[in-house]
Ligand binder design. Structure first.
Ligand SMILES: Cc1cc2nc3c(=O)[nH]c(=O)nc-3n(C[C@H](O)[C@H](O)[C@H](O)COP(=O)(O)OP(=O)(O)OC[C@H]3O[C@@H](n4cnc5c(N)ncnc54)[C@H](O)[C@@H]3O)c2cc1C
Length: 221
């Protein structure tokens, strides 16, 4: 489905490079599943640029993105003014919660890869009997995106465990993932982030015997 959506709010986040855009779809029919994304089509410097952005919240059209250095669209979107109308298409994507839900979900995200996963977490919070959830969340140094909120969830939400990797050697997430996969051989992993992050995680899952279909992933580019 193609539709226009008006920017209602362009909010800062705790990370200076990341903004949250609240959009008002100019159609009553827009619904989506947590984990899905929309595409934004924008004419920029005489060419049309189309990029994908995942929904941040389960019940309204909210996007969350970082201004990629020398990127075509993301710096424009991060500085967009309320009232601007964007051309949107979607929802798209199969990076959604499995049905039925497994006993233990293992989310693995890096930086803005948290966006579709945060949306799923918000949905899971509303369930009567959510499964056990572990989130391995890796962040560049000095980029505390959603850290306060996720840390607070860990205190108040018994099913939720956060493994935060704020900096340090790149193989840290592999270590944490290895430990969890050894302890919990039947988790359902869901991975999101740029390809350089997703690829080694998938390689490790393959070493543990995971085949396509036994986990889900979303590559951001
Ligand atoms: C299914 C899907 C969902 C996505 N959801 C989100 C989301 O929720 N939030 C979000 O911020 N992004 C998301 N992305 C990434 C987004 O679509 C764009 O790729 C990103 O905003 C960069 O676009 P750009 O036009 O600014 O940069 P481009 O002009 O496309 O790229 C400029 C340079 O930056 C590199 N690059 C591209 N993307 C990234 C990145 N994410 N991080 C670092 N370097 C990059 C490119 O390789 C290139 O060298 C998603 C991508 C996909 C495929």
């Amino acid at each position: 489905m193609r539709f226009s959506a008006k920017v209602i709010e362009n909010r800062e986040t705790e990370d200076e490079h990341v903004r949250t855009l609240v959009l008002q779809p100019e159609t009553p029919n827009f619904t989506f599943l947590p984990g899905q994304w929309v595409s934004i089509r924008q004419p920029l410097a005489e060419k049309e640029v189309v990029r994908a952005y995942s929904m941040l919240e389960p019940d309204r059209l909210v996007l969350c993105l970082d201004a990629v250095e020398n990127g075509l669209l993301s710096p424009y979107l991060c500085s967009i003014s309320p009232g601007t109308v964007l051309q949107v298409a979607g929802p798209y994507g199969n990076f959604v919660l499995p049905d039925p839900l497994p006993k233990h979900l293992l989310f693995v995200a890096r930086y803005t890869g948290i966006v579709p996963i945060y949306c799923m977490l918000r949905h899971l919070q509303g369930l009567m009997n959510p499964p056990r959830i572990t989130l391995i969340y890796s962040l560049p140094s000095g980029a505390p995106l959603f850290v306060q909120e996720l840390t607070a969830w860990q205190q108040s939400w018994p099913q939720f465990q956060l493994e935060l990797i704020e900096k340090g050697p790149q193989h840290r997430e592999q270590e944490v993932l290895t430990r969890i996969l050894r302890q919990e051989p039947h988790v359902f992993p869901m991975i999101a982030g740029i390809n350089d992050f997703v690829k080694p995680v998938r390689t490790l899952l393959a070493e543990f015997g995971y085949k396509r279909g036994q986990y889900a992933f979303e590559k951001f580019g």
